[in-house]
Design a protein around this ligand. Structure first.
Ligand SMILES: CC(C)(COP(=O)(O)OP(=O)(O)OC[C@H]1O[C@@H](n2cnc3c(N)ncnc32)[C@H](O)[C@@H]1OP(=O)(O)O)[C@@H](O)C(=O)NCCC(=O)NCCS
Length: 205
């Protein structure tokens, strides 16, 4: 049985582990704050322990919610020889023409549509949907129930909160945060936090 190391044994890591186990991986966690076993899986050491042991696993998935931190760990572990893998929950539906980057996690009930491109280290969380021809850069996190219409572009490390909806053909910059329930109907510049229906920069609420 192939052996997967998951960095991060918190809530997100446990969700990833459930999907990975369902697709045939044996799992060990690495975590700086936890020891013993989590959901029956061994916590084999800390993050720096994983750096030293990276080549001993068939695959590694970084399950850290903070987008920039996740990307940094992917880079660091890869430089230590790690094989960074995708984990796709068996209930996720992914188009044959979609491209999904290494280190990306597709959660239960998610959908990635025709011609969509997802970078490395993305999270498409529970029941989130990415429609045709969307383009997500590295480290994008779509929280549970986010819906992207067709041809949406999202820059590196942006985070869309639970239940956001995005109109087709919209361009969202890098390091954007969109609050829960936002409806994004116009382009969003880099580094903005937007909320509301329609979504507006938080400072202008
Ligand atoms: C947008 C967000 C990041 C702002 O967090 P914050 O900086 O801590 O802001 P606060 O909670 O202090 O709220 C500041 C103001 O914005 C309002 N606000 C916050 N989030 C809002 C939202 N999503 N929609 C509308 N208004 C919102 C608050 O009501 C508050 O208004 P007030 O000053 O009139 O009381 C956060 O509310 C959010 O939506 N996070 C996403 C969470 C999520 O999706 N998690 C999924 C994990 S998988």
């Amino acid at each position: 049985m192939k052996h997967l190391a998951i960095l991060g044994a918190g809530g997100h890591g446990r969700v990833v582990a459930e999907s990975a186990a369902a697709t045939g991986w044996r799992i060990s966690f690495f975590d700086d704050a936890r020891t013993g076993r989590v959901d029956g899986h061994l916590v084999a050491g800390s993050a720096s322990d994983l750096k030293g042991a990276a080549t001993g696993y068939d695959g590694i998935l970084v399950a850290i919610g903070t987008n920039r931190t996740r990307l940094n760990w992917i880079k660091c572990l890869r430089s230590s020889g790690a094989t960074i893998v995708t984990v796709i929950d068996p209930s996720s539906k992914v188009s044959a023409s979609a491209v999904v980057g290494a280190g990306t996690y597709l959660a239960s009930g998610s959908m990635v549509g025709t011609g969509a491109r997802l970078g490395e280290g993305c999270i498409v969380n529970t029941a989130a949907t990415v429609d045709h021809d969307c383009d997500l850069a590295d480290g994008v996190h779509l929280s549970p129930g986010v819906h992207l219409s067709g041809n949406v572009t999202i820059g590196e490390a942006s985070w869309l909160g639970t239940g956001c909806s995005v109109r087709n053909d919209i361009v969202i910059g890098r390091d954007v945060v969109a609050g829960v329930g936002s409806a994004i109907v116009s382009d969003v510049a880099n580094d903005q936090t937007v909320v509301g229906v329609p979504a507006r920069p938080m400072g202008r609420l």
